[in-house]
Ligand binder design. Structure first.
Ligand code: C2E
Ligand code: MG
Ligand code: MG
Length: 757
């Protein structure tokens, strides 16, 4: 970063920056001059050294103070504490100088010690206030302890390195041996700095400079202690240069702008785990300390007192550190467990938790009931409005359920749009009442109804009884009841009964059988003729699927298509039907070229983008002109359809494929909507035709629809014509085409082929 950037980033006016830069230059010159003086061993080196250190430390204090006033609040404390540290260093040196000049050789007095300790505290506190330092008290305590462990472990190591060769008599002065504490405390701070700085990525430049400063001070202090111990130190020794240099580095650190905002210390964020060596760092010196303690033993077998005290302190620090770690581990385990057992979206207990509670409740052998709730039409909401909307809906449902259950049971989300309530023991509300309450709570508000994003719910209830061997039996029964509720219509609940269970077993079997039906060729098509009511000729037929079940005989669509729709098996079935119908129609057209075929398409298929590909593949394979194929879609499937569905229909129309609205009159579609559907045909539902004989309103309806269709230029087919009177009525109304048992029952393709013509 260039100095210009620094200025801009800090948002400062030019003059303080220029002043700061000049200050740094002067401080650097002072250090250089002092260096030259000390190295050349000019007279008065001791005083020059003292003055240099005082000046540079004082300047660094001012620089830190200045920057503290400019930086944002969290950093303000960091710089202010550093300023205090530098000021204490300057003060300490001043006292030292005075006492030295007053006659003390190397005045290690308690006052100076106290100033040193104060500086140590402010310096450490500054590091703990860095933006990347841990934010919690425990995190800070852990960091300080790590530093303390390293520092204390270095006491015996330092002892061996510095004092081993020194005669015991020379070590009698405790203030001398206590000098060993200086480098030790430096290294403690350095450890804390490494721990703190490494958490912000990338490392903030001032932290690097302060690290360099601390390293330099540690080297200087170690060198000093060693020199003093061996009697090689006099005031003004070139090693003195290290201290002002270390202050200079701190002062230089003030030139950098605040770090970019980052969640450096957030323990909950997905911050990468620290490398192993960072975790192990505080413990590596401990091993060295153990070796050093052995080496430090005097020939008399005595362990020096300082080492003894140091080791005791080290043990204490390690114990506290371990205690903190253990406590943190426990908290982490608790958090992980909470995560594993709750649903992230809704905050409800998840399936795992629900099953656990259920098993526990069953073990207690008390009355237990399970309510299984499934949203009807949730998938459509997800498909039409997107997953974000789906998520909002699910959280809303969870909230309403929790409020409705109101402590009378445990609400859980089992996954997707499936929820469950566990009702236990001393329940004061019956499961049925609870189900009713849930249904009421989930009823859409008027505006939710308008938007059409609020699906209704179906609830299945199962009460634990002797017929249940395990919790999975109970859940299966709740599932059976839930499907019964679904079949009963929207917003309903059902309790599982013996009868339901039996029919569900066949239902489950039927689903399993249906999976094989397409592959094993158990499906076949029947075709029902569609008759031209004016000429009496047959030019078209509707394909109707049948299933020749190996045990149950021929099954009609009403028996197995709802299962197929529920399980998604409707897609391969419809695909097979389209192909077969196209093939049959192609053979009829060999004889009568204008023959067409109608195929029913499930609503689920309409929502799939591959519908067009399926249809074009079928016509192409069969060699059938697209205009000879009519897709029948029920009115309700079309009403549910979104804009994409309409677009898909338009594309089909462009390909020449015809669209028929099946069971017209049952789906409450509005006329305006009819206008938007690119249909070519209406099929009047057979319920109207059936009532033609004796219901004038049915007659009026058929008449009106026929006229309406004419206005929209749609072809019309009257479905379910069974009697001559019905035939006469639809013919009189002017309905152009009819379909029904009167003209022909659904039959084999060959039979229909014979009637065509
Ligand atoms: P739909 O499309 O309305 O088909 C007409 C149904 O009415 C057929 O029942 C047919 O046998 C019956 N029907 C025809 N004429 C008369 C009559 O005069 N009186 C009476 N009472 N009924 C008559 P089916 O074959 O049981 O099919 C029922 C429904 O199943 C169909 O209604 C259609 O919606 C659906 N379906 C049939 N085949 C398929 C298929 O391959 N795919 C899909 N997705 N749905 C199909
Ligand atoms: Mg049909
Ligand atoms: Mg129909």
């Amino acid at each position: 970063m260039s100095p210009q950037d620094v200025e801009q980033a800090a948002g400062e006016t030019a003059s303080p920056v220029r002043g700061a830069r000049a200050g740094l230059a002067v401080a650097a010159v002072v250090v250089a001059l002092e260096g030259a003086w000390l190295l050349a061993a000019l007279p008065g080196a001791a005083l020059v050294s003292d003055l240099g250190a005082m000046l540079v430390a004082g300047w660094a204090a001012l620089a830190c103070l200045a920057v503290a006033r400019r930086h944002p609040t969290p950093l303000r404390r960091f710089w202010a504490l550093l300023a205090a540290t530098m000021a204490l260093a300057a003060l300490g040196r001043a006292v030292w100088t005075v006492q030295r000049l007053a006659g003390g050789d190397l005045p290690h007095t308690p006052l100076i010690g106290a100033l040193f300790i104060a500086g140590l505290i402010t310096g450490t506190a500054a590091l703990l206030c860095a933006h990347s330092a841990p934010h919690t008290t425990v995190g800070r305590a852990r960091t300080v302890l790590d530093g303390l462990i390293v520092g204390l472990a270095l006491v015996p190591i330092g002892w061996v390195l510095v004092f081993r060769g020194v005669a015991a008599a020379d070590l009698a002065d405790p203030l001398r041996t206590l000098g060993l504490l200086y480098p030790m405390l430096d290294l403690m701070q350095l450890t804390i700095l490494v721990a703190v700085a490494g958490r912000g990525r990338p490392v903030w430049r001032p932290m690097t400079l302060i690290g360099a400063s601390l390293t330099l001070r540690a080297v200087a202090d170690a060198g000093y202690v060693s020199l003093v111990a061996h009697g090689g130190y006099t005031a003004g020794h070139p090693i003195d240069l290290c201290w002002p240099l270390s202050y200079l580095l701190v002062g230089a650190a003030t030139r950098y702008p605040p770090p970019p905002d980052q969640e450096g210390g957030d323990d909950t964020a997905e911050s990468p785990l620290p490398p192993w060596w960072r975790v192990a760092l505080p413990y590596l010196p401990v091993g060295g300390a153990i070796v050093a303690v052995v080496l430090a033993r005097r020939p008399t077998g005595q362990t020096p007192q300082l080492i003894f005290v140091g080791m005791m302190a080290l043990l204490a620090a390690l114990a506290v550190r371990q205690g903190l770690a253990a406590n943190e581990n426990l908290r982490l385990v608790a958090r992980l467990r909470r995560l594993a057992y709750t649903d992230q979206l809704t905050g409800l207990p998840n399936r795992l938790m629900f099953l656990r509670r259920l098993r526990l409740a069953l073990r207690d052998d008390t009355p237990v009931a399970v309510l299984l709730l499934d949203l009807d039409g949730f998938k459509q909401v997800n498909d039409r409005f997107g997953h974000a909307m789906g998520d909002i809906l699910l959280t809303g449902v969870a909230e309403r359920m929790r409020a409705a259950v109101d402590g009378h049971g445990t609400v859980a989300r089992l996954g997707g749009d499936e929820f469950a309530v566990l009702v236990e023991r001393d329940r004061r509300v019956s499961p049925e009442r609870l189900a009713q309450r849930l249904l009421t709570a989930l009823e859409p508000s008027p505006d939710e109804e308008d938007v059409g994003v609020h699906p209704s719910a179906s609830i299945g209830i199962a009460e634990y009884g002797p017929q249940h061997a395990s919790h999975s039996d109970l859940l299966r029964d709740a599932d059976i009841a839930m499907y019964a509720a679904k079949a009963a219509g929207k917003s309903a609940y059902r309790s599982c009964t013996a009868g339901l269970r039996e029919s569900a077993v066949t239902r489950a079997e039927l689903i399993a059988d249906l999976r094989r039906a397409v592959d094993e060729g158990q499906l076949h098509l029947e075709f029902q003729p569609i008759v031209d009511l004016v000429t009496g000729t047959v030019r078209s037929a509707e394909a109707l699927v049948r299933w020749r079940h190996p045990r149950l005989g021929t099954l009609y669509p009403g028996r197995f298509l709802p299962l197929a729709e529920e399980t998604g098996l409707i897609l391969p079935i419809d695909r097979w039907v389209i192909h077969e119908a196209c093939r049959a129609a192609a053979t009829w057209r060999d004889r009568v070229p204008e023959t067409t075929v109608s195929v029913n398409i499930a609503a689920a298929h309409l929502r799939r983008p591959d519908l067009i590909a399926t249809v074009t593949a079928a016509t192409a394979t069969a060699g059938l002109a697209p205009g000879a194929l009519t897709l029948e879609l029920t009115e309700s499937a079309l009403i549910e359809g979104s804009e994409t569905v309409l677009e898909r229909l338009r594309q089909l129309r462009e390909l020449g494929i015809r669209i028929s609205i099946d069971d017209f009159g049952t789906g409450y579609s509005s006329l305006s909507y009819l206008h938007r559907i690119p249909a070519t045909e209406l099929k009047i539902d057979r319920s109207f035709v059936a009532r033609l004989d004796d219901d004038s309103r049915a007659y009026a309806t058929v008449e009106m629809v026929t006229r309406l269709a004419g206005a929209f230029e749609l072809s019309v087919v009257a479905e379910g014509v069974e009697t001559e009177r019905q035939h006469a009525a639809v013919a009189a109304i002017g309905c152009p085409r009819g379909q029904g048992y009167l003209y022909g029952r659904p039959g084999r393709p060959a039979a229909v082929g014979a009637t065509v013509g």
